[in-house]
Design a protein around this ligand. Structure first.
Ligand SMILES: *[C@@H]1O[C@H](CO)[C@@H](O)[C@H](O)[C@H]1NC(C)=O
Ligand SMILES: *[C@@H]1O[C@H](CO)[C@@H](O)[C@H](O)[C@H]1NC(C)=O
Ligand SMILES: *[C@@H]1O[C@H](CO)[C@@H](O)[C@H](O)[C@H]1NC(C)=O
Ligand SMILES: *[C@@H]1O[C@H](CO)[C@@H](O)[C@H](O)[C@H]1NC(C)=O
Ligand SMILES: *[C@@H]1O[C@H](CO)[C@@H](O)[C@H](O)[C@H]1NC(C)=O
Ligand SMILES: *[C@@H]1O[C@H](CO)[C@@H](O)[C@H](O)[C@H]1NC(C)=O
Length: 229
């Protein structure tokens, strides 16, 4: 009885994380007098200070999973995943979060109301030209840009470890999956006017969209739990 109950509690707790893999600084889904607009809107890490309970992540890059649908107004959003190096910055975190790990991509939710669902990129690389070694400290930042241009922030503080290190949490279909109710779009821009004044390009933009086929019984369970709570 007890182990089952404990497992259920764990499932509930993880269903309310925003970065579900490799971890997150803590619950910043908070609106109160200090954060009247909601904590997650605060740059760079949604109002959460640097943590000391860092999580291990591979020196060759690895998985990042998150739940994008916790707020209204996100039936369409842009997502960014960035890395900040070291602890020489404010709050003893990174100096900046200016190192993109992936090209920005679009998230297509089922509705403008909050929705359940997880997305996972199984192999997020290090920022271009970055070299790290086991034991280095860094912070992964997930930014979600809403339709109106404001951004939500969440972070996880990491320690790099060699791939295969036992301290890196296993990545599997439980913690790294794409829910069927969340779609993705590639984001392209086409210059309509060059800054040099050398002429005009083609106008228009192209957004290629494909719905996900990757399903999961678990996404249903997570969804059901979120509705219940
Ligand atoms: C670190 O501790 C906080 C507070 O207990 C918790 O919310 C968070 O999930 C922990 N982070 C990791 C990566 O374990
Ligand atoms: C709002 O929540 C944050 C995070 O838990 C906390 O640090 C802060 O003290 C809270 N503010 C008020 C007025 O309760
Ligand atoms: C960002 O931080 C890195 C150290 O992590 C530093 O080398 C770099 O100059 C900083 N970039 C900017 C634009 O501040
Ligand atoms: C990466 O390094 C190469 C070779 O030094 C350089 O040409 C390129 O501009 C660098 N890219 C970035 C994004 O810093
Ligand atoms: C998936 O990995 C996590 C650790 O990251 C572990 O707790 C969980 O039991 C694994 N699930 C399966 C189905 O292997
Ligand atoms: C989720 O979808 C994205 C975008 O299509 C893809 O890059 C990623 O590999 C998918 N994740 C899994 C676990 O299949």
């Amino acid at each position: 009885m007890l182990p089952l109950f404990f497992l259920a509690l764990l499932a509930v707790a993880s269903a309310h994380s925003v970065i579900t893999y490799p971890g997150w600084r803590g619950n910043n889904l908070i609106t109160n007098d200090t954060f009247p607009y909601g904590m997650q809107w605060m740059y760079p890490c949604g109002g959460m200070g640097t943590t000391s309970n860092r999580t291990y992540w591979p020196t060759t890059g690895g998985a990042v999973a998150f739940q994008p649908g916790w707020f209204r107004g996100h039936s369409i959003a842009f997502a960014y995943i960035n890395l900040g190096f070291g602890t020489d910055g404010p709050d003893n975190g990174p100096q900046n979060m200016s190192n993109p790990m992936v090209h920005q991509f679009e998230i297509i939710g089922p509705t403008n109301n909050p929705f359940p669902g997880t997305i996972c990129l199984p192999q997020v690389p290090l920022p271009v030209n970055a070299t790290v070694k086991a034991g280095d400290l860094a912070t992964i930042q997930v930014v979600e840009l809403a339709q109106h241009g404001a951004a939500l922030y969440s972070c996880v503080d990491i320690i790099f470890a060699e791939p295969g290190d036992k301290r890196i949490a296993e990545v599997n279909e439980t913690n790294c999956f794409n829910s069927t109710d969340v779609g993705f779009g590639d984001v392209y821009t086409i210059a309509t006017k060059q800054p040099t004044g050398s002429g005009y390009g083609q106008s228009g933009a192209e957004v290629a969209v494909h719905r996900l086929g990757w399903a999961g019984f678990l996404s249903l369970v997570v969804g059901a739990l979120c509705v219940l709570l």
